[in-house]
Ligand binder design. Structure first.
Ligand code: CP
Length: 336
């Protein structure tokens, strides 16, 4: 199936077929990370630049590992150590990087829409690694992959998303994709962090135990104090009293519920340590799945550019032999 997106800027307008295609591609790449030699030549000779204007542990590292597992060269740049500190604008920085002919730029930025801005000005593929409170598409894709792996499906599941919904790019990307794929979304948080427009996204409640009742999936969110320009609740202690996920609240969910968190975790603020580390937690699986998802995103975007450059009109174009040799089963079937 052809993947027609030039960039991955968000999931709001990604179709069900394309979401499934991304997840299936990620699934087919998972086994590469289980090999003794965790490297395939699929993106040999390609260059990926990570441009991070905000701190990151998981996203930045897993994009770098994903690129390197596919033999791409990865160059990482932090705004704090770049010429942005001397006043260079985002566009000038990106234009200079683009002049070095990367195949993809991964951008994390505090301003919503920053990756869209780059996509409008540059030729290479742009991947949104989190823009302000807008979207974080690869996080949502790895969340979907983890849910599908555990539950066997996404449609008809009840997913409770709990916490600082208003400021969460993770919540937005997940809501868009989960709804597209037929899941039921419940939003849970203090009224001040559930903006009126969010009511269009799913059921809304400010009662934690009610919100997680009979849920298949509980997705906890970090309290994003750095994005909160004013006080949305009296104190962090009071927030925790009502919205910290404890074993007592988990007991209201389905007996096979899975507990998710995108990280970083504030233990004891939005999630109790015994829940974060407990038997229902899939938080480390999410991190592991981040590699396969980011491999899939880089593969589909960069491969598309290559197909375009070679004049191929769809993905029925032959898969190069070196790629077939090292590729997961699904690609071998396609090539065969
Ligand atoms: N989930 C996530 O985006 O984590 P980082 O901020 O560490 O990348």
């Amino acid at each position: 199936m052809p993947f027609t997106h030039r960039h991955l800027l968000g999931l709001e307008h990604v179709s069900s077929d394309d979401l499934i295609h991304l997840l299936d591609t990620a699934t087919s790449f998972q086994e590469i990370s289980e090999r003794e030699i965790k490297k395939v030549p699929t993106l040999r000779g390609k260059t990926v630049v990570g441009l991070f204007y905000e701190a990151s542990t998981r996203t930045r590292t897993s994009f770098e590992i994903a690129a390197k597992r596919m033999s791409a060269d990865f160059v990482s740049l932090s705004a704090s150590t770049s010429s942005a500190t001397k006043g260079e604008t985002l566009l000038d920085t990106a234009r200079n990087l683009a002049a070095m002919r990367p195949d993809a730029i991964i951008l994390r930025h505090g301003s919503s829409g920053a990756p869209h801005f780059l996509a409008a000005h540059l030729d290479c593929a742009i991947v949104n690694a989190g823009d302000g409170a807008h979207e974080h598409p690869t996080q949502a894709l790895l969340d979907l992959l983890t849910i599908r792996e555990r539950k066997g499906r996404l449609a008809e599941l009840t997913v409770a998303i709990v916490g600082d919904i208003l400021h969460s790019r993770v919540a937005r990307s997940n809501v868009f994709a989960l709804r597209t794929l037929g899941a039921r979304v419940r939003l849970v948080g203090p009224p001040t962090l559930l903006a009126p427009e969010l009511r269009d996204w799913g059921e809304v409640t400010s009662d934690l135990e009610e919100g997680v009742r009979d849920a298949d999936v509980i997705m906890m969110l970090r309290l994003q104090l750095e994005r909160q320009g004013k006080n949305f609740f009296p104190t962090v202690d009071e927030y925790s009293r009502y919205f910290c996920l404890t074993e007592r609240a988990v007991a209201r969910a389905k007996s096979d519920v899975i507990i998710m968190h995108p990280g970083p975790i504030n233990r004891g603020v939005e999630i109790a340590s015994d829940v974060a580390d407990g038997p229902y937690s899939v938080i480390m699986d999410q991190v592991t799945n981040g590699i396969a998802v980011r491999m899939a995103v880089l593969y589909l975007l960069i491969n598309r550019s290559r197909a375009e450059a070679e004049g191929a009109t769809d993905s029925a174009a032959p898969v190069p032999a070196a790629e077939v040799e090292a590729a997961p089963t699904r690609l071998r079937r396609k090539a065969g």
